[in-house]
Design a protein around this ligand. Structure first.
Ligand code: SF4
Length: 489
């Protein structure tokens, strides 16, 4: 078969993935990697400037055109080429950055990650193989990743933003296996008879396989793969030890938290309620009571002062609150997407939340982290922001600690599961009924790209962002009310 860098990496993850691509691609599921892809493209564009001027080989569906364009560019004695393209037999690859220095060639594989992963080495080794087989003298080979400690100040410093990891020696060692790997992949895929799926950690790593549902369709439902928050490693361990369906899992060594989920699912049990514990939690809260939720975005390449790669940059918040008389009110903030939204957001936040009042967040570590970063960025607001930070309490606690559990939570204490489990069929609390923005990733992506829309569209999107974030805190209010009702009963 025709291999590329990504197909070779998929084949190393699991040969059956490529077999299914060829013979049964209709059973493939969508695995959403859109934000990862966007980040990747961003990073590649910036990394191109690492070595000064370059010749970029334009993408062409006809790969031969790219290969011919590369040959033309390689006529220069010293040149930097991005997307230089080569094929050895049926093995094609494009090199992110190729530096030609006379008769020597250095390969740079650029990744938007902040960590070196094995799959990056697999990817790089395949490129070294193709170029070496074609007779190019590959002198050095690198993976380029992002330095998570880099902090943007005034202008972008590429040498500090990127880390070049020299893997030349390791790549030389890996060459011995590549020919066998390619042969193994081809033999497997050329045989049209379907082989049994081998469920292993490779179904999840390095990337979630889009054929997982198909490959596990013969296992009784619900099964070990339906248990939320259990690590994939543990799921595979249980699966391999014969604990597959829920009945079998009750005899396994998984902890009581998971057994509770299984028993509730199997036996359709009534809600578990520890009224005393819920009351204890509620007694720690006082009016006026705020419900706070931030929306943030992340930049692989930072462009605002003091921002590190992938740092959470807040651009919006919603704030419901019960005033001292118990009347519910709402405030909100949505930043301008063309400028750094943090200063105006922080100023509004300290005005909107009165000092020494009680604030609820759901999974508060996220909100606290955002506030901590704002406090270190703006010393003049630090006291007020610290005050908010110190008064935040977590509405997730009653669910995380299982003071309350019902089977529709399916073992999760995330608000996205708790909310529909408490309020079945309530259209006012259903995120599906929102227009344009239905979850945090959509909010993040649409805000980051807001300037690419027309003025009319931007207005509509901003309205949708406000509605989405407002629902997040309204949902918290409803959950809080629900807990109060329980203890009153
Ligand atoms: S789900 Fe697992 S076994 Fe099936 S193709 Fe994917 S990686 Fe292979």
């Amino acid at each position: 078969m025709n291999l590329s860098k990504s197909k070779y990496c998929n084949g190393i993850q699991c040969k059956k993935m490529l077999w299914l691509d060829k013979y049964k691609s209709d059973v493939k599921e969508d695995v959403d990697n859109s934000s990862i892809m966007d980040n990747g493209n961003d990073v590649h564009e910036v990394a191109r400037k690492l070595f000064g001027d370059d010749i970029n080989i334009q993408f062409n569906e006809n790969l031969n055109v790219m290969i011919e364009d590369t040959k033309e560019a390689l006529k220069c004695d010293k040149v930097v080429i991005t997307e230089a393209s080569f094929a050895y037999k049926n093995n094609f690859c494009s090199v992110d950055i190729l530096v030609k220095d006379g008769n020597f060639y250095d390969i740079y594989e650029v990744k938007s990650s902040t960590h070196l992963k094995d799959v990056f080495k697999t990817d790089l080794s395949y490129q070294v193989y193709v170029l070496t087989k074609l007779g190019y003298n590959v002198r050095k080979s690198f993976v380029v990743i992002i330095n998570s400690n880099y902090e943007y100040h005034d202008h972008l410093e590429l040498d500090k933003l990127f880390i070049k990891i020299d893997l030349t020696e390791e790549m030389i060692d890996k060459q011995k296996y590549i020919e066998d790997n390619i042969k193994g992949i081809n033999d497997y895929v050329d045989d049209s008879k379907e082989k049994e799926s081998v469920i292993s950690i490779n179904c999840f790593e390095p990337y979630k396989c889009p054929y997982f549902k198909y490959c596990t369709s013969s296992i009784d439902k619900p099964n070990v793969f339906d248990i939320r928050s259990l690590s994939n490693k543990k799921k595979i361990e249980l699966y391999n030890n014969g604990f597959k369906n829920y009945k079998e899992l009750l005899k396994s060594n998984i902890n009581d938290k998971y057994k509770m989920q299984i028993e509730y699912d199997l036996n359709n049990k009534q809600d578990y309620i520890d009224k005393n514990k819920i009351k204890e939690f509620l007694d720690t809260l006082s009016y006026p009571l705020y419900f706070l939720d931030f929306e943030t975005f992340q930049m692989s390449i930072p462009k605002y002062e003091g921002v590190k790669p992938y740092m959470q940059v807040p651009f919006q918040y919603s704030l419901h609150y019960y005033d001292k008389n118990g009347v519910l009110k709402h405030k909100e903030f949505l930043g301008d997407s063309n400028t750094d939204p943090r200063r105006s957001l922080a100023e509004r936040l300290v005005k909107d939340i009165k000092k020494d009042t009680c604030i609820l967040a759901y999974n508060m570590s996220f909100e606290k982290n955002v506030i901590k970063n704002l406090a270190s960025l703006y010393p003049d607001l630090k006291d007020d922001l610290d005050n908010i930070y110190n008064n935040i309490k977590d509405l997730m606690i009653p669910f995380k600690n299982r003071y309350y559990y019902n089977k529709d939570m399916h073992g999760s204490y995330s608000i996205k599961y708790v909310l529909p489990a408490l309020f079945k069929d309530d259209p006012t609390l259903d995120y599906h009924n929102l227009d344009l923005v239905h979850n945090g990733s959509e909010a993040m992506n649409i805000f980051a790209n807001l300037s690419s829309y027309s003025a009319d569209e931007q207005e509509k999107i901003r309205k949708s962002l406000l509605e989405y974030c407002c629902l997040d805190t309204y949902a918290m209010v409803k959950i809080y009310d629900y807990l109060n009702d329980i203890v009153k009963e």
